[in-house]
Design a protein around this ligand. Structure first.
Ligand code: ADP
Length: 471
């Protein structure tokens, strides 16, 4: 079953609490009024008894029962306060009984039980009454009096009060329901607005943002947080789109070169040597394309977090010796002077394949951008808590304004020249990623026509315990 909206739920809760409060308040007020009215009636009854006591006090001390009967009848027969009076003398002799009580005898409690004054509400002949019975002393005698008053007005007042309560309560309830719903809708209307806008945001209009709220409350925090999240998603999305566009562009060039080469070769019949030359060119382009695809794959995997490095204690010096070995030959072919100074035993926590690749990428650039005659040097130094790898060349250098961008993907200072050398502007981006993964830093110093110096600083790890020597 679909859950009702927050607005409806809030209203229902509000109404439930309101209804309980309303019932409690109504009932409370009704009981309070009742208590007050009965209190007044009881005061009235007490007053009547007090008057009676004074009257009895005024009688002769040794007056006979008959005399007393006569006196009381004379005083109370026409008095309102005698309408519901019953008076007994000490010995149980009846001194007075109102006509009403003769028709409707009232027995509140057994005569021997009323030590304290007793008050009772009774319905007699369909009318409400309040009666009291009490024993009082006057003139040295003890009398027992029962007296009452009709409570029609009080009961009517209470009835009216209850009717008004029952009449207005539903009305108040309806007004509260409407008000509650309106309030909750008003408070939550920004949420609907957020939902509507959020629903419309897709890959094409990812630059749209949720409405900026200024309410300073939770909803503003929610919309601000969602907008910040959209900023991050948009940046990531643009990066991916840009990467795809750049990658496609980079791949188009070698593919069209291969195609042109093949088309040209096939246009007319050629000599064996010409076919071989064409195939060699095609092979060269295919090799470059494979390299490019590999670089693209590395970056894509790095972006998606799937390029996992196997970090373990690695002797960087060993890796550098292997790197030096492989580049020595290249230096000879390119007629460049290549020197390497490698510190002994430099253990870091790292991925040996990635670290080798890092050195290869930097040396590849150094050799690519250094015309003969020139020098390229590789250095590995140990510092207090890091190792410093430096690749320096005496090549073409990089202009100062280009330096901040050379680590960007697909960025090349001289596109044509770089492509000629087989570069797609991804090498340094990959190098930077490897360095970051090793919690290191990479920097460059370069001057046009003077050469470049790339520095990589990697945190040093404690050397592993030496392996036990077998006897
Ligand atoms: P590429 O594959 O094109 O060499 P990189 O990301 O490795 O791409 O380098 C980016 C750009 O930085 C290169 O195109 C080149 O212009 C410049 N660059 C990198 N290393 C050097 C260097 N040692 N000397 C001169 N320029 C360099």
């Amino acid at each position: 079953m679909k859950r009702p909206s927050i607005g409806v739920r809030l209203t229902l809760w509000y109404l439930a609490i309101f209804a309980v409060a309303q019932v409690a308040f109504g009932a409370g007020m009704w009981f309070l009024l009742r208590h007050h009215l009965y209190d007044l009636a009881d005061d009235n009854l007490e007053g009547q008894i007090e008057d009676l006591r004074n009257f009895m006090e005024a009688q002769k001390k040794n007056a006979s029962i008959a005399k007393l009967q006569e006196e009381v009848a004379e005083a109370y027969l026409l008095e309102h306060s005698g309408d519901y009076l019953e008076l007994y003398a000490e010995n149980g002799a009846l001194l007075y009984r109102a006509a009403f009580l003769q028709d409707h005898p009232v027995s509140l409690v057994a005569p021997d039980q009323f030590r304290k004054p007793v008050f009772r509400s009774l319905w007699i002949g369909g009318r409400p009454f309040r009666f009291t019975v009490r024993r009082f002393a006057a003139n040295g005698h003890v009398y027992t009096a029962t007296t009452g008053i009709p409570m029609d007005d009080e009961v009517e007042t209470l009835g009216l009060f209850r009717t008004y309560l029952l009449m207005f309560a539903p009305l108040l309830f309806l007004v509260a329901a409407g008000g509650g719903y309106w309030l909750s809708r008003r408070a939550l209307s920004p949420v609907d607005e957020l939902v509507r806008t959020a629903r419309d945001i897709n890959g094409v209009n990812l630059n749209s943002r949720l409405p900026k709220l200024t309410s300073g409350d939770e909803l503003q925090r929610l919309s601000d947080t969602l907008n910040e999240m959209l900023d991050r998603i948009e940046t990531a999305f643009l990066r991916v789109t840009q990467f795809t566009a750049d990658a496609s562009h980079e791949l188009r060039t070698p593919v069209s070169l291969i195609r042109t080469e093949a088309e040209l070769a096939l246009r007319r019949s050629r000599t064996d040597a010409e076919y071989k030359e064409a195939l060699r060119n095609i092979l060269l382009e295919a090799e470059r394309t494979t390299g490019l695809v590999q670089q693209l794959l590395s970056l894509a995997r790095a972006d998606s977090g799937r390029e996992t490095l196997h970090m373990q204690s690695t002797n960087l010096a060993e890796i550098m010796h292997a790197v030096e070995e492989s580049w020595r030959q290249v230096a000879q072919i390119r007629n460049l002077h290549f020197s390497a100074t490698i510190a002994e035993e430099s253990f870091i926590v790292g991925d040996s394949t990635a670290l080798r690749r890092l050195a290869d990428l930097l040396l590849d650039n150094a050799f690519k951008y250094t015309p003969s005659p020139g020098t390229v040097s590789l250095k590995l130094e140990r510092k207090t808590d890091s190792v410093m790898m430096t690749v320096q060349d005496s090549g073409i250098g990089i202009a100062e304004e280009e330096l901040p961008r050379i680590f960007d993907r697909f960025y090349r200072v001289d596109k044509a020249r770089s492509r000629e050398q087989g570069g797609a502007g991804l090498g340094l981006a990959i190098a930077k990623w490897i360095v970051t993964q090793h919690r290191g830093s990479i920097s460059v110093e370069s001057h046009p026509s003077q050469g470049s110096l790339f520095r990589v600083e990697l945190p040093l790890s404690v050397a592993p315990a030496p392996k036990p020597v077998l006897a």
